[in-house]
Design a protein around this ligand. Structure first.
Ligand code: ADP
Length: 493
């Protein structure tokens, strides 16, 4: 494929994406042939239509997952690992087409979409390696009178709900460990971006995943389709990535049948720049932490807290970088910032910016939507954002960097921790003692120390406080899909 894909390339990748529901190893239409439209957010034009699952389709998907669970749990770990390894290989070989499809349905620039495909594929590779490392133990009871056998078993049927901002990776990091552990599943991708998940389902099938192990139900009725599955009792685990309000609803629903839950919820990441920071490094990190995915990431830097002595040069350097970014359709060469995902998201970002400005923030650059079709918003830097501004508390989910100043470390830490969220924090300092002290005291599941990017399939991703429960990726990632069984063995010597 040339650097800028042609209209034919676009047509070809959209045509190649399955548009049905994937249930019991087959693509089928929704009950009543219901469909929903998938839009290109850079034009607002429809891309294609896909099946729109009803509650009856959801129930069929759960039945298929339940039917497949026993035999899949008994498949040899090596065989499960090989399916994941082949999935990694196929995704890598088809990265260009998968990335183009993602850019079309979600808007991110092609280079970022390729990055996400590589990231998603890496979850399959990582967990292909973990599938054969599920271990157990044997021990002598303290009084010597019995023996303990401890081993790990798959939790059973899983339900997954994923968002639109990383249409491939958010699913991959649930599916890959579930397959490695021997669990079957029903996944509901976001109705805004289902095509990437449909392609992954196809690739997993090509890689040898047995029918019924993965079932995909795209729907415009997330609640009515998923709630009965959560309350059914046959699924044993719910893993969700999305907003904290929806996470709370799902946790309450999960309580009825005491499901195991993993929750990757909202964030409000502080980005701390101390007076001894390397400012160029900090600006580089800020661009990554703020602008990856147009700011539409739960890991996005949401509050820039900068020491008073370096606030001026930091704001200037950041504004210069933000102001010269190329905004446009993600398929075009050189574009660095794509559209926001829909009109509602853009209106929310603009509302937060106006609120901050009305309350006294200064606009350094940007602060307005881009005219014309698509849901573009100008990269924005705001200074002196007052504590009363809504964006100090709420996730912005857009290309907006609000800066406030601090005078000492305690003040910086207090401001950073003054949030109901606790997903990730970013810290820029060249002083090792300060770096360690601050990292230890930050209330977040992850810290980016002199880096604006923490996500890595080999590392444990997740938050504390109202940012979530559990971890995805790393050695710990597979544990979320395993139960510990203990067998007490009578021993008469
Ligand atoms: P975002 O703001 O990122 O879209 P949401 O939490 O609204 O975050 O959505 C994340 C995922 O949760 C999407 O797949 C969406 O369809 C789904 N979702 C939203 N509301 C519900 C609900 N009540 N029950 C189940 N899933 C839901």
């Amino acid at each position: 494929m040339a650097n800028t894909p042609t209209a034919q390339d676009e047509h070809r990748v959209v045509e190649a994406a399955p548009t049905g529901l994937f249930i019991g190893g087959e693509w089928r239409s929704a009950t009543g042939d219901r469909t929903l439209v998938v839009e290109d957010p850079s034009t607002g034009e429809p891309l294609t239509e896909v099946a729109d699952a009803t509650p009856a389709d959801g129930a069929a998907a759960l039945d298929a997952a339940v039917a497949a669970q026993d035999s899949f749990a008994r498949m040899a770990p090596r065989d499960r690992g090989e399916i994941l390894r082949r999935t990694y290989e196929i995704m890598t070989a088809r990265a260009d087409d998968l990335a183009l499809l993602m850019t079309l349905e979600m808007g991110k620039p092609l280079a970022e979409a390729k990055g996400e495909i590589a990231y998603a594929a890496e979850f399959f590779r990582w967990f292909s390696e973990e599938a054969v490392r599920i271990d157990g133990g044997y021990a002598i009871a303290p009084n010597g009178a019995s023996r303990f056998l401890i081993h790990k078993q798959p939790v059973g049927v899983c339900l997954f709900i994923t968002p639109w901002n990383f249409p491939a990776a958010m699913g991959a990091r649930k599916i890959a460990p579930a397959v490695a552990a021997g669990c079957t599943m029903v996944i509901k991708p976001s109705e805004l971006t289902p095509l990437s998940m449909h392609m992954i389902a196809d690739i997993l099938t090509e890689a040898g995943l047995p029918p019924g192990v993965l079932n995909v139900v795209t729907t415009s009725e997330a609640g009515p389709v998923m709630e009965p599955l959560i309350r059914d009792g046959r699924a044993r685990k719910l893993s969700f990535t999305g907003s904290t309000p929806v996470g709370r609803i799902l946790l309450a629903q999960s309580a009825e049948k005491v499901l195991r839950t993993s929750m990757e919820l909202g964030g409000n990441a502080p980005f701390l720049v101390f007076d001894d920071a390397d400012l160029d490094k900090a600006v580089e990190g800020a661009m990554l932490a703020k602008m990856r995915n147009m700011g539409e990431a739960c890991t996005a830097a949401n509050r820039f807290l900068v020491h008073r002595s370096v606030a001026e040069p930091f704001a200037e350097k950041l504004a210069e970088r933000m102001g010269t970014l190329t905004v446009g359709r993600g398929t075009e060469e050189g574009v660095q910032v794509g559209p926001l995902v829909d009109g509602k998201s853009r209106a929310k970002v603009d509302g937060l910016v106006r609120d901050a400005v009305e309350k006294g923030a200064d606009v350094v650059v940007g602060a307005e939507p881009v005219d014309g079709p698509g849901y573009f918003y100008r990269p924005t830097v705001l200074r002196d954002v007052p504590i009363q501004a809504r964006m100090v508390r709420e996730e912005i989910f857009g290309p907006v960097a609000p800066i406030t100043v601090f005078d000492d470390d305690d003040q910086a830490l207090a401001a950073a921790n003054d949030s109901e969220f606790g997903l990730v924090s970013y810290v820029f300092t060249e002083n090792l003692d300060r770096a360690l002290r601050v990292s230890e005291r930050l209330e977040s599941g992850m810290v980016g120390l002199n880096t604006g990017l923490v996500s890595n399939p080999a590392a444990p991703f997740g938050g504390v406080k109202q940012s979530g429960l559990g971890r995805e990726g790393g050695r710990i990632g597979i544990e979320e899909f395993l139960e510990t069984k203990y067998v007490a063995i009578g021993f008469s010597g």
